[in-house]
Write a protein that binds this ligand. Structure first.
Ligand code: ZN
Length: 281
């Protein structure tokens, strides 16, 4: 993929981006780590544990003090570089909570970084001072239960809560559609100037973009409700009808998103489950 791997991109004063070389059907070109601050910096989402990415992060930090290594959540494309970067720099790992997951199915499990161990966990509205400005945690559960966005100087680093290239994957049991929607609503109450997601380009029209995402999910929910109202269906059948031209690598994730919608509809008393089959309530 033709993308700026290993090259620091200055987006605006005090915010720079560095793309890791981990492209995939889930990560687009790869994970974008961000550096915030000028005289001292924090790294947001250090990314996967790839030696060349760690080298590039260290080079980007240069001689400046690294005040914190911050993770939005603990998917494997976001947090595994935190510990090796801490070992190289002595900086603390501060941010989202670790997730203790029970056995939750092969894919969901494989996607989580079970080794993540923060020195300090931030809750909603907790802040760190980076280069004289606050870096503020915004709790945004849904994509994962421990997901945080971070506000800095009018920008919002959105991790995987809002992405610039695709809709966010929400896979139960840790992913939760009702929480995800509530976390989108939460962004609508804010007036961030720009979003910098971990995957895909910056979002320069945040309010409009979030409205579009909410509309898309509501449309998807309606579609799923319509399909199970026609006839009782298992999830693979719903996926085949709702996502007719889906990349085969994304079928499992789409099934997860459909399940997330169904569980939300079930909680609201709108659908029922009989074994593997879902019907209108
Ligand atoms: Zn993620």
């Amino acid at each position: 993929m033709d993308a700026p791997y290993g090259r620091i991109e200055r987006l605006e004063p005090g915010i720079a981006r560095l793309l890791a070389h981990n492209p995939s059907a889930f990560t687009y070109c790869g994970t974008q780590s961000y550096l915030v601050g000028e005289r001292e910096v924090a790294v947001i989402d250090p990314g996967p544990d790839l030696p060349e990415h760690l080298d590039a992060l260290e080079a980007a930090i240069g001689g400046r003090r690294l005040a914190a290594i911050v993770c939005t959540h603990t998917h494997r494309d976001h947090s595994p570089a935190a510990a090796p970067l801490a070992a190289r720099t002595g900086a603390p790992i501060i941010g989202c909570a670790a997730l203790a997951l029970e056995t939750v199915g092969p894919r969901a499990d494989a996607a989580f970084d079970g080794d993540y161990a923060p020195d300090r966990v931030l809750g909603d509205r907790d802040e760190l001072e980076i280069d004289g400005k606050p870096l503020v945690a915004v709790a945004t559960p849904g994509h994962t239960s421990n997901h945080l966005c971070f506000a800095y100087d009018g920008a919002l680093l959105t991790g995987d809560h809002v992405m610039g290239w695709s809709t966010t994957v929400v896979v139960p049991p840790d992913g939760d559609m009702a929480q995800y929607m509530a976390s989108l609503d939460k962004l609508r109450t804010r007036d961030d100037r720009v979003y910098y997601p971990a995957h895909g380009p910056a979002v320069t029209n945040p309010q409009q973009y979030v409205r579009h995402l909410v509309g898309h999910r509501m449309q998807r929910e309606k579609q799923i409700q319509g399909l199970v109202a026609q006839q009782p269906r298992p999830i693979p059948d719903i996926v085949a009808n709702a996502y007719p031209e889906l990349d085969p690598r994304l079928v499992v994730a789409a099934g997860g998103s459909v399940l997330a919608h169904l569980l939300d509809l079930e909680r609201r008393g709108l659908v029922e489950r009989d074994g593997e089959t879902w019907t209108a309530a």
